[in-house]
Write a protein that binds this ligand. Structure first.
Ligand SMILES: Cc1ncc(COP(=O)(O)O)c(C=O)c1O
Length: 363
């Protein structure tokens, strides 16, 4: 096998997803499981998107529209951006890989946060391209932009920033981000990964599309997996200046976004009521969970997204397993003593807190 594989493969580790519900059911013999591990929408998908998928199911003998023609038109209108500033992917995950394939030569440096405290795929796609991950430790669970700026070199080709960041939920403000962007050369592509964009309610959150309009080398990534509730269909998109999109389009697979995802995306964009309701449920749940954790004396990172990272001050892996036995799947991620919980419906949030109290008492 050693002779068959590329050396880079040795430096990769398979992605560890949240445990599937069926596996937990089988392993622990519990029927009633709640999954609060993958930052999915607890309200499900927009009913409009679901009926669009059902309708489109009749058409699946056709290849999908390779350019996402209708979806592109709908999103361009939604964002008030020209259609040729957009690219679609099989989830934004695919676009991260595409970015690495298009921009990274072996030896190029890629600035990013610690994999355990930011999105782990940044390191993976860097490594696959034989580029060099330049890892900057997080500070107070957020990006340390001063330390990151110190690592800028002539070899810096790509910078990955998740805003809000996953798994910490921290936010970089417009002022902080712009100060950092000003330190980069024209030879660097900045990827602003905004998977949780729609959840943010802060006035100091940068409107990153403006940077694209200014002609900067910035690719904004967003997804239909989170607030739109379409994680299972895999649909993400990038917003960038035309010249960058053209490069990405050259390397993109011709039919990368499936037919059902395209139909669902168009319908989901129209369902503003569902998005608003999802935001409201998230805000309420976030407040309630924050209060509950505080009352229990459990420190947590204030979040701008649809999840909360909290510190159990003991081995998180054992506690995550114990929660699973109570039928609650959360994610053991971060420092080793931290757990990330996706904000659920109020019923799910209550059940999670009850389970957490129980496992902490029995510890
Ligand atoms: C920061 C961040 N970027 C990208 C993704 C991937 O999203 P998608 O489902 O669109 O591939 C996630 C998913 O959890 C994420 O948290």
């Amino acid at each position: 096998m050693k002779k068959l594989q590329r050396d880079a493969i040795d430096r990769l580790a398979p992605y560890v997803p949240g445990k599937p519900v069926a596996e937990v059911q089988r392993e622990y013999g519990i029927a009633d499981i709640i999954k609060m591990a993958s930052n999915e929408n607890p309200l499900g998908a927009s009913p409009k998107a679901v009926s669009a998928v059902k309708k489109a199911a009749e058409q699946v003998y056709f290849y999908p529209e390779g350019s996402c023609f209708e979806l592109r038109k709908a999103l361009a209108e939604h964002l008030q951006m020209p259609a040729d500033n957009l690219i679609f992917g099989n989830g934004s995950d695919e676009l991260l890989l595409l970015i690495s394939q298009v921009f990274l030569n072996p030896g190029d440096e890629v600035l990013q946060g610690e994999p355990k405290l930011t999105f782990v795929e940044y390191k993976a796609v860097t490594t696959i391209a034989d580029a060099v991950p330049v890892i900057i430790d997080m500070k107070d669970f957020g990006y340390d932009l001063k330390a990151m700026a110190e690592k800028i070199s002539e070899k810096t080709k790509v910078v990955f920033i998740a805003n809000p960041n996953n798994p910490t939920g921290t936010l970089l403000t417009k002022e902080q981000l712009e100060d950092f962007l000003g330190k980069l050369s024209e030879e660097t592509v900045v990827v602003l990964d905004e998977a949780y964009y729609e959840y943010v309610g802060r006035a100091d959150y940068p409107e990153s599309i403006e940077y694209v309009k200014q002609g900067r080398n910035i690719i904004v990534l967003r997804t239909f997996s989170k607030i739109y509730g379409l994680a299972g269909l895999r649909l993400g998109y990038g917003i960038a200046k035309k010249e960058l999109i053209e490069l990405l389009e050259k390397a993109r697979q011709p039919f990368n976004v499936n037919l059902l995802a395209q139909a669902a995306g168009i319908a989901a964009l129209k369902d503003t009521k569902f998005v608003e309701e999802s935001k409201q449920v998230n805000n309420e749940g976030k407040r309630w969970l924050g209060d509950a954790l505080e009352a229990m004396g459990i420190p947590f990172v204030p979040s701008e997204a649809n999840f909360i990272l909290f510190d159990v001050k003991t081995e998180a892996k054992t506690l995550t397993e114990a929660l699973m036995k109570e039928g609650v799947i959360v994610r053991c991620i971060g420092t080793g003593t931290t757990i990330r919980v996706t904000i659920g419906t109020m019923q799910q949030n209550r059940r999670f807190i009850t389970a957490l109290k129980k496992v902490l008492k029995n510890k």
